[in-house]
Ligand binder design. Structure first.
Ligand code: CXF
Ligand code: ZN
Length: 376
């Protein structure tokens, strides 16, 4: 079928809106008419080739929409279902069998190879083609997080879609599939802080603010948020941060140690910056845990004082907030319905054609979570 999609053709290059063809869903696959797709930092690091994902590609991994057709063998999803899309996992490796699908041993191939997952192998071409003026097809990479949802339609799989109630606003909830579940899950699934635990969140982007909302639900205290953009810090205060620190003006480590002599129980690093990770580790109290969420270029190194580590401290990488999306997204939706996870305060909508504008607003800190709409 004919679709429109945002294609990245060169490292660091623009998202170009192009007319493509999408193949029909195969066994286990689902064709989704995309209503909305959030932009996540990971789309930008792949545009910039931090990982060797092949170009040209259609990115986008926070898609939400309505199922139009299903391939052979699909049982739990039907045409007309409203779905949020999340990450891909194999279901059979030691991590998946252990109930930890975000640590699927095939996470990189399944989400970042640009290829489609067949159930046995992931070297099956993506279902995206462009007809060149000569009439010849150009194969475009896709299947990004089993979706490539920066498009009017996408092929997902039965496994990475979550069916949701039709009264929900898909535009607002699209980013639950990655950024919001990543931040909230780091608190509610991974760290599981006791009531009254001290917490520092480093970076007040969509992941950091989702973690903040979850930390308020978990009754952490104090909740200290560090960023360099005053507007983000104001938002953090209005969402329940007890303290905010502008790291462009003061030494953040000093400021945290003044607020919490002896250090904090938990620190969440959401920026992917090695200096920020080192600071997060240094501000831990003995037996404190530092969660690392931010993506960085492959090969990026950080260093730690081994004696500081020896005193019971932990640095823990966290992928996708340790979520099982079919279980965790409904929980987040329940919190949203109760007004306890007000993601509607973080999103701003743009037409797909304005994707570059949306990315610029996210980068400058004016917008926390841009969400692209496929129909005006
Ligand atoms: C990513 C973060 C960087 C590593 C792989 C998974 N998650 C989603 O954007
Ligand atoms: Zn993401």
């Amino acid at each position: 079928m004919h679709i429109k999609a945002a294609v990245v053709r060169e490292s660091g290059g623009p998202f170009l809106i192009e007319d493509l063809e999408l193949e029909a869903p195969q066994a286990g696959e689902v064709l989704v008419r995309i209503v909305a797709c959030g932009i996540c930092h990971t789309d930008l690091i792949i545009r910039d080739q931090y990982y060797p994902t092949p170009l040209p590609i259609v990115l986008g991994h926070e898609g939400a929409g309505v199922v139009e057709a299903v391939g052979p063998g699909v049982k739990s999803v039907r045409p007309g279902d409203h779905v949020l899309m999340s990450f891909a996992y194999c279901g059979n490796c030691p991590s998946c069998l252990d109930g930890a699908p975000s640590y699927c041993w095939h996470h990189m191939e399944m989400n970042f190879s640009g290829m489609r997952y067949s159930g046995k192998a992931w070297d099956v071409p993506a279902p995206l083609l462009r007809r060149l003026p000569s009439g010849k097809p150009e194969r475009i990479n896709g299947a990004f997080f089993n979706q490539s949802a920066l498009a009017t339609h996408a092929i997902a799989t039965e496994q990475n879609v979550v069916v949701v109630a039709p009264d929900l606003d898909l535009k607002t909830l699209a980013p639950l599939g990655c950024g919001f579940q990543t931040g909230a899950g780091a608190i509610l699934n991974t760290l599981r802080p006791e009531v009254g635990s001290s917490l520092v969140i480093l970076g007040a982007g969509n992941v950091g603010l989702a973690a903040l909302m979850a930390a308020v639900v978990a009754r952490c205290s104090p909740i200290i948020v560090i960023d360099q953009v005053p507007a983000r810090l104001e938002l953090a205060t209005s969402l329940g941060a007890t303290h905010v620190i502008d790291a462009s003006r003061v030494d953040a480590l000093d400021a945290v140690m003044k607020l919490c002599p002896g250090g904090v129980r938990y620190a969440l690093e959401t920026t992917g910056n090695p200096g920020v990770l080192q600071g997060a580790f240094e501000m831990l109290q003995t037996r404190g845990v530092c969660g690392l969420i931010g993506g960085s270029r492959i090969g990026t190194k950080a260093s730690f004082d081994m004696t500081h580590l020896l005193f019971g401290r932990t640095v823990r990488g966290i992928l996708q907030g340790d979520s099982k999306p079919k279980k965790f997204l409904p929980q987040l939706i329940e919190l949203f319905r109760q007004g306890l996870f007000p993601v509607d305060r973080l999103v701003r909508f743009y037409p797909l054609e304005d994707i570059e504008h949306a990315i610029a607003d996210m980068k400058s800190g004016q917008v926390i979570k841009p969400v692209l709409l496929m129909e005006r």
